[in-house]
Design a protein around this ligand. Structure first.
Ligand SMILES: [Zn+2]
Ligand SMILES: [Zn+2]
Length: 306
């Protein structure tokens, strides 16, 4: 126990200098031996003659002999790839005692009040390599928004939050927003070929009848696998197939399926992979709507073939 306490104390300092550069200029620097956790906010205004649609934020460590090593490159851009020139942002940096780095960008000056119309951009967290700390972030490919740390338990992600995340496969970043489907009582079905999705209300009479086609106990959020026999799980899958047959096809020619994954808009690898697991899907009560590059969503009467 004493050993554990000692090691936490020893761990809770930076063992190398950490820098965050923006477009190759140093934005903030934390010296080696700085005590963790760290929380810092800086204001940044983009030059008026900046004509690119992306800013690059490089998290770097300063190694021996002055060598700089890139830990992660963050790309920042606005929805619709709107102009960045002349815009001011507040950039929040946190490094917790486990060396996990969090980056948040908020539109506007530091002194400006943040309200529900202010957009807040959150980025993938990353653990700064340290000789003391063991890995605390172990993400498998296709991790959920919960596993990626974008949802805090007991706390609903506000509608003005935007996530900028990097595909695990191709490394390209995209921007999305999340909708809590539990509160709006909808089910969502991703296209099996693109990032579009279809949402259907639990209050939809036709949907309700279809859900009951095979009269099976339905697997829903917080359902436990041990409460269902293999036969019941199979019936759930069969019932979804009957429903999927009634949906319009996607504009890309793909099909909306309950177990279709949330795909990367660039390489189509699963960004969130449900691994064909009904329980994993049912527990994912946030639907991810890719906003840049923009995807389409379908809702209401127009979702049915006839
Ligand atoms: Zn990709
Ligand atoms: Zn599609």
């Amino acid at each position: 126990m004493q050993d554990e306490l000692n090691s936490i104390e020893e761990n809770a300092i930076l063992d190398k200098t950490i820098l965050l550069k923006i477009n190759n200029k140093i934005l903030v620097m934390f010296e080696s031996k700085t005590t963790l956790s760290i929380s810092e906010t800086v204001q940044y205004t983009v030059d008026e003659d900046y004509h690119e649609k992306k800013l690059y934020l490089d998290l770097m460590s300063h190694e021996l002999l002055g060598k700089e090593v890139l830990i992660k490159r963050y790309e920042f851009f606005l929805q619709g790839m709107a102009d960045l020139a002349g815009k001011t942002f507040s950039i929040h940096i946190n490094i917790n005692e486990y060396h996990v780095f969090f980056l948040t960008v908020i539109e506007g000056e530091l002194t400006e009040e943040v309200n529900y119309t202010t957009l807040i951009y959150q980025f993938d967290r990353v653990q700064i390599p340290s000789k003391h700390n063991k890995e605390v972030i172990e993400l498998q490919q296709g991790a959920t928004v919960f596993e990626r740390g974008f949802v805090e338990s007991g706390y609903v992600t506000p509608g003005n939050t935007r996530i900028v995340s990097t595909c695990d496969s191709c490394g390209i970043s995209f921007l999305y927003r999340m909708y809590h489907v539990g509160f709006s009582d909808v089910d969502y079905y991703y296209c099996d070929n693109c990032t579009n999705y279809l949402a259907v209300s639990l209050g939809d009479k036709k949907y309700n009848q279809l859900l009951d086609t095979l009269s099976v106990k339905r697997i829903s959020t917080f359902s436990q696998p041990y409460d269902f026999s293999d036969y019941e799980i199979q019936l759930n899958i069969e019932n979804y197939k009957l429903i999927e047959d009634k949906f319009i096809p996607c504009t890309c020619g793909g099909r909306f399926k309950y177990l279709a994954n949330c795909l990367c808009p660039y390489c189509k690898a699963p960004y969130i992979d449900f691994f064909n697991d009904l329980f994993r899907k049912a527990d994912h009560y946030y639907v991810v709507e890719i906003a840049e590059p923009k995807s389409e969503s379908f809702y209401g009467e127009s979702t049915w073939k006839e």
